[in-house]
Design a protein around this ligand. Structure first.
Ligand code: NDP
Length: 288
């Protein structure tokens, strides 16, 4: 079997083009879509993610602003930054880059993350956003799960009536994606670190999503011939290369389609964030 490689970069570029057109239409109506990112601390990976988001926003005609706070910042100062962005009509989307500095307690981090106004929650992480997703009335879809669903659509993968196995149950990827697959009429199994016989569970899937963070966990021999594999994992190997949660070379020739790492799900996450910012600005322009 020839395995089709799903080109996430190309699909993401298409979505970014669409966002650019919508942002331009908004600007013509006097509304400049705005995204504020709150970055506290000096985590190198977070700084890179935020720079990428700033650059991507700019390219799409979205005004990106990053509020940079020191690593010894207190909770009140971060909360004030969120409140200011909440009150600013020029800011349509807000995100707090995680992880927050280690000096902040778990309760403080939760309070900060939950202070974002729901109509500006472009990450879709607020309890109210997740609750609406569960009820099938989403406001903003969390970006990585939304990106996965878009990839399935663009690759023409039938979801309704198929068996989907999602590896990983985090609040930002595994759980919300499971609900989106369920809403698209898949029969969904969620597997995690306590799931016995993972290989047997995966073997039943027509669609496998790996969102675990363990390089090469999913072996080629676990896959049903023709399965569609979405590899969300991003793992850095000792030699510096990035790799996914699926043994990619083993999957070739068995899977019907697969996303590579890098260049698969990753580029979709930022594109879906920009899509959400544009959506928030469109809603604001309509007075919602
Ligand atoms: P978390 O660490 O929050 O969750 C990992 C999940 O994997 C948990 O549910 C855990 O189970 C499960 N797990 C861990 N080990 C195993 C195992 N051996 N077998 C089965 N399940 C296991 O990670 P995230 O959801 O935040 O991220 C997952 C991966 O996706 C990471 O590599 C991350 O870098 C990547 N990622 C990529 C994004 C992108 O844009 N492409 C965006 C976000 C994340 P349990 O709950 O039992 O502990």
């Amino acid at each position: 079997m020839v395995t089709r490689i799903i080109d996430g970069k190309a699909v993401a570029l298409g979505l970014r083009d669409e966002v650019r057109r919508r942002a331009l239409a908004l600007r013509e109506r006097g509304v400049v879509p705005g995204l504020t990112v709150i970055l506290a601390g000096d985590d190198a990976a977070s700084a890179t993610y935020v720079r990428n988001k700033e650059r991507a926003a700019l390219e799409c005609g979205i005004a990106g602003r990053t509020v940079r706070l020191p690593s010894d910042v207190d909770a009140l100062t971060v909360l004030r930054a969120v409140e200011e962005a909440n009150a600013d009509p020029g800011v349509h989307g807000i995100l707090v880059q995680l992880p927050l500095p280690a000096g902040l307690s778990r309760a403080e981090c939760q309070e900060i993350e939950r202070a974002i106004a729901p109509h500006k929650d472009v990450d879709g992480f607020l309890p109210v956003s997740q609750g609406l997703l569960l009820l099938g009335q989403p406001s903003f879809l969390p970006c990585t799960p939304a990106g996965c669903m878009r990839l399935l659509r663009s690759a023409g993968i039938e979801v309704a009536g198929r068996r989907a196995v999602v590896l990983g149950r985090s609040a930002i990827v595994g759980k919300p994606l499971s609900h989106l697959l369920l809403a698209a009429d898949a029969t969904v199994t969620i597997a995690h670190s306590k799931t016995p016989d993972l290989a047997d569970v995966v073997r039943q899937a027509d669609i496998v999503v790996a969102a675990v963070g363990r390089p090469g966990l999913v072996r080629g021999a676990w896959l049903k011939p023709g399965v569609c594999v979405l590899d969300v994992g991003i793992n850095r190997l000792p030699d510096g290369r990035l790799t996914g949660d699926v043994a990619f070379d083993e999957a070739l020739g068995i899977a019907g389609a697969i996303t590579p790492v890098p260049g698969g799900v990753g580029p979709m996450t930022i594109a879906c964030l920009l899509d959400n910012v544009c959506l928030a600005a469109e809603r604001a322009a309509e007075g919602h």
